[in-house]
Design a protein around this ligand. Structure first.
Ligand code: UDX
Length: 446
């Protein structure tokens, strides 16, 4: 009989995972404690903007004509416990308020709410990003609370999806990592991932701590790579070098690689910043804090970028923002997402606003979230309207449509043809030819 799967938590990770599991052919029940989320998903609507997700939901959510009907949603742990052979925990692990450590309360609550309803053998699979050591603790808790006892088993299977590519990354992962303590758990997970495994995704079977660490190590490496190139951007600025050419040149070395070497206003989002901080906090608890002190530097280089962007913009408009209009293109932490969590773009926009400029923001998909997050900024329905009367235009999230903007048309709207590229993603020549002063982080001024 085909495996039945529940997915607990239907945010960025869980909604995508649930839809992807249905696409792979399983009967899926998605669970969330927030009824509005469940209602939205049950109506075939994605809880966030994620390319391809809504199509997948419409193909599988039960109750619509023409769907496979394999995907249902519920708020009931009891129903989930009865339904699933495998339960994926996909709840978030945000940074604790005022601390570096991550908040495990949602993961703990998910396990503690599900366990009492496990009356037959089940595999509970953690996907959330957690501090190393969590899985061992949760496995014990699960066995203690489940009526079925030790037959309610835990496995750890970190998720590496990127926002904007979540569907693709889930259906065609570049690796599948599972931390298991039994052959049975490994066998079940091989069954779940049969399709991607047949397509050649590598399958790494390991222990709990290694599985947990793979995720935090990978994100720490990516964050380090970005901060490395941003540190080089600082040196380039001090020496009239060009960080874009530098990145391209070092990237030709396969050992370094070209990806994640785009200098700019740095990383943000719901993962990299909080994951490196939680990793430092956990290392401290384990007495291994010295091993990760470099991540403190990675974090501070990253945060410095935002302040530096503000300074550049202030210099560009003559040393003070008072009485100046600034257009901000981009509010999300990266393109192809509507996520503004810890967004460098919105942070820069906010700082400039607080320093007295009249800031008008446009983002292709992130306007609602940005408004909710920062209601005191002004928002415009297009780049052109945001640019009206601007003394400087700041390009802060590299949406493809911003690369296609017509500098001549935008030039007619602004008060001063001055663009600052916070993502090194625009073509300087196009803008300069249209009479703009183009300035970017880590590149020579002219
Ligand atoms: C990240 C990891 O990539 C993913 O594997 C993990 O599962 C979750 O965290 P995500 O948060 O979606 O994914 O974003 P990512 O594409 O990694 O970008 C993170 C941030 O780094 C963005 O703000 C982006 O603009 C920035 N970035 C990325 C750079 O500044 N320069 C780069 O070269 C690449």
């Amino acid at each position: 009989m085909a495996l039945k799967i529940t997915v607990i938590g239907t945010g960025y990770l869980g909604a995508t995972h649930a839809a992807a599991m249905a696409e792979l052919g399983f009967e899926v029940l998605g669970l969330d404690v927030v009824p509005e989320k469940i209602e939205k998903l049950a109506a075939g609507k994605a809880p966030m903007y994620e390319p391809g997700l809504e199509e997948l939901l419409r193909r599988h959510v039960a109750g619509f004509e023409g769907t496979t009907g394999r995907l249902r949603f519920s708020t009931s742990y009891e129903e989930a416990g009865e339904f699933g052979d495998i339960h994926f925990i996909c709840v978030n692990t945000p940074q604790k308020h005022g601390e570096y450590a991550c908040d495990m309360s949602y993961v703990d609550a998910a396990v503690e709410s599900l366990a009492p309803h496990l009356r037959r053998p089940a595999l509970v699979v953690g996907k959330s990003t957690v501090p190393v050591g969590s899985a061992v603790r949760l496995a014990a808790r699960l066995a203690e609370l489940a009526p079925v006892g030790a037959d309610a088993e835990l496995a750890w299977n970190p998720e590496f999806l990127r926002e904007g590519f979540a569907v693709q990354d889930t259906l065609h992962p570049d690796r599948i990592v599972v931390g298991v303590t039994s052959d049975r758990a490994e066998k079940l997970l091989r069954e779940v991932y049969e399709t991607p495994l047949a397509e050649g995704s590598p399958f790494v079977v390991t222990d709990f701590p290694t599985a947990e660490l793979v995720k935090t190590a990978a994100n720490s490496f990516l964050a380090t790579k970005i901060s490395f190139i941003n540190a080089m951007a600082e040196v380039c600025e001090a020496s009239d070098g060009d960080v874009v050419q530098l990145a391209e040149a070092i990237g030709h070395d396969d050992r370094i690689g070209k990806k994640f070497l785009r200098a700019g206003i740095g990383f943000g989002g719901g993962c990299l910043p909080k994951d490196i901080r939680a990793f430092m906090a956990r290392a401290g608890e384990l007495g291994a804090d010295q091993a990760l002190t470099f991540l403190r530097e990675v974090d501070s280089i990253n945060m410095r970028r935002r302040g530096h962007m503000v300074e550049l913009a202030r210099d560009a408009v003559g040393g003070s923002f008072l009485g100046k209009r600034v257009a901000v293109l981009g509010a999300t932490f990266k393109p192809d997402s509507d996520d503004v969590r810890d967004s460098p773009a919105l942070n820069v926009a906010g700082q400039i606003h607080l320093q007295g400029a009249q800031v008008t923001v446009f983002d292709p998909k992130g306007m609602d979230n940005a408004r909710a997050h920062f209601p005191t900024l002004a928002y415009a329905p297009s780049a052109l309207e945001a640019a009206q009367g601007a003394h400087a235009v700041l390009h802060l999230t590299e949406w493809a449509e911003f690369r296609e903007l017509d500098p001549a048309a935008l030039g007619k709207a602004v008060a001063e043809r001055r663009i600052l590229d916070g993502r090194n993603a625009l073509d300087p020549e196009r803008w300069r030819e249209a009479g703009w002063s183009y300035r970017a982080l880590g590149r020579p001024t002219a």
